[in-house]
Design a protein around this ligand. Structure first.
Ligand code: AKB
Length: 311
């Protein structure tokens, strides 16, 4: 079977950088076009500067490379989004609408749209959050992603666009840095533990959030995209879980390898955002429909990250 031609937006971000590497290993360097708002990418293979609100450039790139699939990662995250809500809405919402219009007009095979636990809010049960609860997001990022999920379902029902989506928890990586999220502390803490032996956390010590190690996030993304179409029954977005922990618990795990590690707490505005999100999610639908199972728990992830960072 011919290999798909893939466009990745937001390809210089935390997930995009690793996803492009994985897609290129699977489908070949020239079949995966990395794109980002940045004028210079860090990529050896094909790279294009793309502002996702620029539909003309998007459509031009789809024609130029004969694109079949888009992984639409470009977005502004929860904490950064609060600094400029209208700007964030424009990027997150109009960017998605351009992608969905492109999928419809160019008859693309598939689109991947990342959603998030930020779609949930105070009216959502916080423990084992169900697949279809009350959705009352409190950040502009969450509002745009919740609306985005519904647009995806709309384009699927109305135009038969095969758009697939998961609600990422906080994603933890050691090779690439997140930017502007509320869950970013769980990346910084490892970097600071290794570099300085101490960390000041902007969330309270008992703030429990759902999290996932990058290899599992990539696995979920590729698995949902490669599942048979008829298995994808949720056309808004699937909950996917892996682990959940508090800052105190991740610090205790790090201390097992770095006994002198010290943490203190100075909660800021991100505490209120985190407090509106779930502590854990119920991902039965993803497990049943397309076989989702995570590999990493907190201990396995910590061992792997610290081993790699200390190399
Ligand atoms: C954020 O913290 O904004 C993101 C997310 C949970 O979607 N990592």
């Amino acid at each position: 079977m011919a290999k798909p031609k893939i466009l990745v937006t937001g390809a210089c971000g935390q997930i995009g950088t690793i996803l492009v590497k994985n897609l290129r290993e699977l489908y070949g360097e020239d079949n995966v076009i990395a794109s980002d708002i940045r004028t210079t990418g860090t990529y050896d293979g094909p790279y294009e500067q793309l502002d996702v609100t620029d539909s003309n450039k998007l459509f031009y790139l789809i024609s130029k490379y004969q694109i079949d699939q888009i992984y639409h990662l470009a977005a502004i995250l929860s904490a950064k989004g609060e600094a400029n809500p209208v700007f964030t809405w424009n990027i997150n919402m109009n960017g998605l609408l351009n992608i969905l219009e492109a999928a419809r007009n160019y008859d693309l095979d598939k689109v991947f749209y990342p959603s998030t636990i930020a779609v949930f809010g105070q009216l959502t049960p916080r423990v084992n959050t169900p697949q279809h609860p009350n959705i009352t997001p409190e950040t502009v990022y969450g509002i745009s992603k919740a609306a985005g999920e519904n647009w995806c379902q709309y384009y699927h029902k109305r135009y038969n666009v095969d758009v697939r989506s998961v609600r990422y928890p906080g994603i933890i990586s050691w090779e690439t840095l997140p930017g502007g999220g509320t869950t970013d502390y769980a990346v910084d803490i490892y970097l600071k533990a290794v570099a300085e032996g101490k960390y000041t956390c902007y969330l309270d010590k008992d703030t429990r959030l759902p999290m996932m190690y990058m290899p599992d996030a990539i696995k979920a993304t590729l698995e949902i995209m490669n599942a048979p179409k008829e298995n994808i029954k949720v056309r808004t977005s699937y909950n996917i879980g892996a682990m959940d922990f508090t800052p105190a618990e991740i610090a205790a795990e790090i201390s097992k390898t770095i006994p002198n590690f010290r943490i203190d707490y100075q909660p800021d505005f991100r505490q209120a955002i985190a407090a509106s999100w779930p502590e854990s999610v119920n991902d039965d639908a993803a497990r049943i429909d397309w076989g989702w199972t995570p590999k990493y728990d907190l201990k396995m992830m910590t061992d792997d990250i610290l081993k790699n960072l200390r190399k």
